[in-house]
Design a protein around this ligand. Structure first.
Ligand code: IMP
Ligand code: MG
Length: 369
């Protein structure tokens, strides 16, 4: 991660990927241009790196020149007026290829087209290393596109954020600070995790993601991921972490405007905790806390045996089975407790008392995050 002025940026396109994209553009353009000597026109400032690397790769003779669009305030209106500087060469009858670093809204391109209308060029072609299809508002044809990217601000390889970042050999994407509350909720069987998740979800406008529920839903609806998961489960194998993470990713994306998530049943291992951190990081977010409901074993056993009388769940009826489930829980969570404690994100909450009382205790932790 890098910081320019007040903003953080994360690695997005490597120097190698840029090189490969440029090579593809060079190959395509060289093929189309053939024997003719084209004039490559870079649009300063951003395109200096693109143009430099591009023409070094170009296999045939070519000419290179630069233009710059300077914007100034219109005299009569507050509208931005663009003026072209640097086009001193006669381009009559020439094949001109504009080399852009990035095409965003297409405003710059509009000006270029307006200005070139008076030049009697043979052909005007547009090539851009980066293109943001979601931001593009014009309908000028883009003849050569290197890499399509989402509508997020990038820096590096000629592109700047308020003057900085042009010198970077690779491209970084802005990291938007998301004000989300993402919780990992833990608790031994019978601790009241499900009940509390329901209350917290309402109170903090969070989305409750129980991996067990998500699996069952996907399998029931025969989604691609569900069928994949089923193929492992039916063989008696554990579902690979990546499959679960892909499912979680889909759930998180489905709820892009959520205030946060309660993860329930995941992670269960260090590797999964790391994978979840990576997933949240890719969403410019993070896990804020692991909250574990703490309830004494004897109380749990009593509660579950009580539940077993009415729920009909076999695993709630047998004390040995219950004690073993509790043991498995502690064996599992000990590792995760350490993982989150190392990041100061572990919070144990007393899970004995009235439902509202416990919700209050949980809220006290969440409100301080
Ligand atoms: P357009 O005129 O909206 O297509 O945008 C083109 C110009 O906006 C580029 O030449 C850049 O100077 C700037 N720009 C657009 N998107 C980005 C970005 O993600 N990072 C840095 N500059 C950008
Ligand atoms: Mg530019």
């Amino acid at each position: 991660m890098i910081k320019l002025h007040d903003k953080n940026f994360k690695p997005f396109v490597s120097a190698k990927e840029i090189d490969a994209a440029l090579q593809r553009m060079v190959d395509e353009i060289a093929k189309d241009v053939g024997d003719e000597i084209p004039v490559f026109v870079g649009v300063l400032n951003g395109s200096f790196m693109v143009v430099s690397d591009f023409v070094k790769k170009y296999p045939n003779p070519c000419e290179v020149t630069f233009i710059k669009l300077a914007s100034y305030e219109g005299v009569k209106s507050s509208e931005d007026i663009q003026r072209l500087i640097g086009l001193t060469q006669d381009l009559t009858g020439r094949t001109v290829i504009i080399l852009e670093d990035i095409i965003d809204t297409g405003k710059t391109l509009f000006e270029i087209h307006r200005i070139f209308k008076n030049e009697k060029v043979k052909a005007l072609k547009i090539a851009t290393l980066f293109y943001k299809p979601e931001a593009y508002k014009k309908d000028f044809k883009l003849h050569y596109i290197g890499i399509e990217i989402p509508n997020k601000f990038i820096v590096g390889y000629g592109l700047d954020y308020d003057g900085l970042g042009r010198d970077l050999p690779e491209v970084y994407q802005i990291k938007q600070t998301q004000h989300m509350t993402n919780l990992v909720l833990f608790g031994p069987p019978g601790a009241g995790k499900g009940t509390q998740a329901e209350f917290l979800k309402e109170k903090y406008n969070l989305v409750h993601i129980s991996t067990g529920d998500v699996f069952r839903y996907n399998m029931k609806n025969d989604t691609a991921l569900g069928m994949l998961a089923k193929s492992f489960i039916e063989k008696g194998q554990l579902v690979p972490d990546q499959v679960t993470i892909d499912m979680l990713n889909a759930e998180v994306e489905k709820n892009a405007d959520a205030k946060g998530f309660i993860f329930d049943g995941f992670p269960r291992t260090n590797a999964q905790a790391e994978a979840l951190d990576k997933l949240m990081d890719s969403k410019d977010s993070q896990i804020n806390a692991m909250i574990a409901l703490e309830v004494d074993d004897e109380v749990l056993v009593k509660r579950l045996l009580e539940r077993g009388k009415t729920s009909g769940r076999k695993d709630d009826a047998d004390e040995t089975v219950i004690r073993n489930r509790i043991k498995v829980y502690y064996d599992e969570t000990a590792i995760l407790k350490d993982y989150y404690a190392a990041q100061n994100k572990y919070f144990g909450v007393d899970g004995i008392g009235g439902i509202e009382e416990i919700t209050e205790r949980l809220s006290a932790v969440i409100n301080k995050l």
